[in-house]
Ligand binder design. Structure first.
Ligand SMILES: CCCCCCCCCCCCC/C=C/[C@@H](O)[C@H](COP(=O)(O)O)NC(=O)CCCCC
Ligand SMILES: Nc1ncnc2c1ncn2[C@@H]1O[C@H](COP(=O)(O)OP(=O)(O)O)[C@@H](O)[C@H]1O
Ligand SMILES: [Ca+2]
Length: 482
């Protein structure tokens, strides 16, 4: 009894036996094979030492076998590792198949062979090390990927190591085990090093960044994991590990944030002032709560209902097709191509007002709390960011707006919300922030400005919020982003 099994090509002389089934046909492309190993049928062991139970009849009739591990697409963007074992009569044929598959795998040049892994043991539910050891490391071993693992000892350990010490030539990629803050650390390390090596002055807002050549893989082990969710479609460590093994890659936009011609930070997902800045600032003081801190601080910030006055100036992205109101979604493997229009036209636009939130989403910012994200149609690598302005409105209306992030209804279709796809933007708070005020805020003190003391009717809205920059606090209110 022979059963065909396609692995980009066919296995004509083999009996397939996985989970006791036989007689089904199955197709797997070579690009989704993780590993192949020969089985020692007589001794009942595989070459990796694991036991395999085979029906007596099959082992007698088909004494040679090998196992192929491959990516199985499960539900909701989830990937799993599956095994299928083939038996045949001739040892030479069996070996030929194993060798051919190995050769095909070696020819896949986009796959990493050596990885540098950083684990944040402090993020999320503090499970980074366990997640890596139990769910990710065995898959890397299976795929013959060698790793150098560093468990970080303090904040910015990974950033500084990547920027100055790491011997990057030895690796095909770096892996981040943590949340958005950890990913941001690694982006800072790699992007800064690349700019330094290429003589780019980070302090100049006009300078174009030189792209990094090394890829960063994300194993989600944080609190929101929005960068992972928005690129992969799910925050699942096994799925992420499998994407890394098969060499998937997705470019993403990196914005630089400046204040008075001084570089502050890079951002790849959310820059949020007002609501998301305040949620983050409050939640950092409640880290002991774990990821639930965001629910607590989100509710508290919603009740405080602070608005902030200022001016937003932006350069609309008029030279692309597509708008933030499109119905398309953009993730790895689902990238809507954008076409540059021949002519660039349009100048800076200026909007003044009182805002509950100013959000700039360089990707959808989808996460388990909001599977469609802050800006569902934002593209991952088109050089633009979606600027969402939520003007002062009633608590009830703001709640309606927030809740729409969790349903099929359009969160932008509200009179107090506007959204623009932009290339650059600036925010200037109405009241200037002095250096001493900035120092105070950097030390974590909440500042109620002069204006509140002078105008009791303002219900003591503080004059400044802070920016939430990929989950890290930026105390400067006035920023320039490009
Ligand atoms: C009252 C109903 C509220 C429903 C709100 C739903 C809106 C949720 C949109 C969430 C957007 C999240 C954007 C992601 C930001 C992350 O970068 C950041 C840090 O992530 P991590 O380092 O993994 O912790 N997370 C946040 O800023 C948390 C925002 C939570 C807001 C409730
Ligand atoms: N070993 C460490 N000890 C303390 N903080 C760390 C360590 N490693 C990284 N960090 C910092 O932890 C913060 C939170 O990390 P992150 O991975 O974003 O988790 P979370 O999603 O829970 O916020 C980041 O600011 C990062 O710089
Ligand atoms: Ca974080």
């Amino acid at each position: 009894m022979h059963h065909p099994f396609k692995v980009g090509f066919c296995f004509p002389k083999f009996l397939r036996r996985d989970k006791g089934e036989s007689g089904t046909s199955h197709g797997v492309s070579v690009s989704e094979i993780l590993a192949v190993r020969e089985l020692d049928v007589d001794s009942g062991t595989k070459d990796d030492g694991r036991w395999q139970k085979m029906p007596q009849k099959s082992t007698e009739a088909y004494p040679y076998a090998f196992t192929v591990s491959y990516v199985e697409r499960a539900w909701q963007h989830r990937w799993r590792c599956s095994d299928v074992t083939f038996h045949c009569l001739e040892g030479a044929l069996c070996q030929q198949w194993v060798q051919t598959i190995r050769e095909q795998l070696t020819a896949l040049t986009s796959r990493p062979k050596h990885l540098l892994v950083y684990i944040n043991p402090y993020g999320g539910k503090q499970q980074g090390e366990r997640i890596y050891e139990q769910k990710v490391a065995p898959l890397f071993t299976l795929a013959s990927i060698s790793t150098h693992v560093i468990v970080t000892e303090h904040a910015n350990h990974a950033r500084d190591h990547l920027r100055t010490e790491a011997e990057l030539k030895k690796y095909d990629g770096v892996v981040c085990v943590g949340g958005d803050g950890m990913f941001s650390e690694m982006v800072h390390g790699l992007v800064s090093r690349t700019q330094r090596d290429n003589g780019v002055d980070q302090n100049s807002p006009e300078e174009k960044l030189v792209p990094c050549t090394l890829r960063i893989g994300i194993i989600p082990a944080g609190s929101t994991d929005c960068i992972c969710y928005a690129t992969v479609g799910i925050n699942d460590p096994v799925t992420s590990a499998l994407h890394i093994i098969v060499g998937d890659a997705q470019a993403m936009d990196v914005c630089s944030v400046h204040h008075n011609n001084t570089f502050l930070r890079y951002s790849v997902s959310l820059l949020g002032y007002g609501f998301y800045g305040d949620v983050l600032a409050d939640s950092e003081r409640k880290r002991w709560m774990g990821p639930a801190r965001y629910d607590f601080s989100g509710f508290k910030t919603f009740l405080t209902h602070h608005y902030y006055e200022g001016t937003v100036s932006f350069l609309p992205a008029t030279d692309i097709l597509g708008t933030p109101r499109d119905k398309t979604r953009c993730r790895a493997g689902y990238h809507q191509p954008l076409f540059l229009l021949p002519e660039y036209k349009g100048g800076w636009r200026v909007i003044r007002g009182k805002f509950l939130a100013i959000n700039a989403a360089s990707m959808s910012c989808a996460c388990p709390r909001s599977p469609k994200g802050l800006s569902p149609a934002a593209h991952l690598a088109d050089g633009t960011t979606d600027l969402i302005l939520v003007r002062k409105c009633s608590r009830f209306n703001f709640l309606r707006h927030l809740l729409r992030h969790t349903s099929k209804y359009d969160q932008f279709d509200m009179t107090f919300v506007e959204v623009h796809r932009v290339r650059r933007f600036r925010f200037t708070p109405r009241y200037c922030q002095s250096d001493s005020e900035l120092d105070l805020r950097e030390n974590g003190k909440k500042l109620f400005s002069q204006i509140c003391r002078d105008h009791p009717a303002c219900s003591c809205s503080p004059a400044y919020s802070s920016w939430n920059c990929d989950g890290e606090i930026l105390p400067h209110a006035a920023i320039e982003v490009g």
